[in-house]
Design a protein around this ligand. Structure first.
Ligand SMILES: *Cc1c(COP(=O)(O)O)cnc(C)c1O
Length: 232
């Protein structure tokens, strides 16, 4: 497969991010595009890097492992954006720079233990279930502050912010309310949780990244809009 249209697609995405930033009074430099290459071959990662992208996201450990082996651990900043099973924590640890999907206290403890053993700190974002959908993972907003308090006290973790996935909808009001709520949760938690100094809000995918940027996202996770539809 070739990714010839990627530079044009990326240029359009960057224009749209810049416009969303302008509407919100933000600087475009505050927003990083994470190229989500899941289901695409290593060529997609290479094309992304050639287009000037640095950050690459995968949602499964197995696929992350394959892409890292193919392209090189140092060739990109690797993001693990999908749920991580505790029994894969050790294997995943050396493969990513930032975990977006820290979604339970048990996973946090496991990662912290593994990191401490390896003599490193894991950088992670805590995933919030902002839509309340049963099918979505993440910590519940109601218990976020308490959970963050425990997670941020773990020695092997460095919690750098929050991540969320909006419900699948084109209703801009719903999207805006969802992202805005997570931004407020971040601000509340930053005031209340010692050791929580959030740098990042990972919000926005192909269908909703402009609203997410308007609502304060610093990391947009984009697959389809850059690489085309995935085969199912
Ligand atoms: C697949 C995926 C994305 C990218 O989705 P697109 O709609 O293709 O941009 C973003 N975040 C997560 C967690 C994903 O699994």
């Amino acid at each position: 497969m070739s990714y010839q249209s990627l530079p044009d697609r990326l240029a359009e995405v960057r224009d749209r991010i810049a416009a969303a930033c302008a509407r919100a009074g933000r600087a475009p430099s505050e927003v990083t595009v994470v190229a989500v290459t899941k289901t695409h071959p290593g060529d997609a990662v290479r094309a992304a890097l050639q287009s000037g992208l640095v950050d690459v996201g995968e949602n499964r450990v197995q696929e992350l492992e394959e892409k890292v082996a193919e392209v090189g651990r140092e060739a990109a900043r690797w993001h693990l954006i999908g749920s991580l099973q505790r029994n894969k924590a050790r294997r995943a640890l050396p493969l990513f720079d930032l975990l977006h999907s820290l979604d339970s206290l048990r996973l946090a403890r496991k990662l912290s233990d593994e990191a401490a053993e390896a003599g490193i700190q894991v950088r992670a974002l805590v995933q919030v279930n902002s839509s309340g959908e049963q099918s979505k993972s993440g910590l519940e907003p109601e218990s976020l502050v308490d959970a963050l308090g425990e997670i941020c006290a773990l020695p092997g973790l460095r919690v750098e912010g929050l991540m969320t996935m909006a419900p699948l909808t084109d209703d801009e009001r719903v999207l805006r309310a969802t992202f805005g709520r997570v931004r407020e949760l971040r601000d509340d938690a930053a005031r209340q949780v010692p050791g929580f100094a959030p740098l990042h809000l990972s919000m926005g995918m192909s269908n909703d990244y402009e609203v997410a940027v308007e609502e304060g996202s610093t990391l947009v996770r984009l697959g389809t809009v850059l690489f085309g539809e995935r085969e199912r």
